[in-house]
Design a protein around this ligand. Structure first.
Ligand code: SF4
Length: 82
């Protein structure tokens, strides 16, 4: 999963780009729900939030490092339940 660092400027551009609806406004900055983030695996070749973020403040979540297989498995679970 990915996370947004405190360098976020709340510009709003990433939130509508997330195919998993994992991004929302938190108490102070935008946040990514790690359980819902597949790093865009299953949807796109690269994380769309990272593509659009103007300050490059989205990174791999240090407590949620997942390989491609795990991310694809998460994608399958998420899409099966919708
Ligand atoms: Fe924050 Fe970057 Fe998302 Fe803008 S695109 S809200 S700066 S994380």
């Amino acid at each position: 999963a990915l996370r947004i660092t405190d360098e976020c400027i709340n510009c709003d551009v990433c939130e509508p780009q997330c195919p998993n609806d994992a991004i929302s406004m938190g108490e102070e900055i935008y946040i990514i729900s790690p359980a819902a983030c597949t790093e865009c695996v299953g949807h796109h070749d690269e994380p769309q939030c990272k593509v659009v973020c103007p300050v490059d403040c989205i990174e791999i979540h240090p407590q949620w490092k997942e390989g491609q297989d795990a991310l694809m498995a998460k994608y399958r679970v998420l899409t099966a339940s919708t």
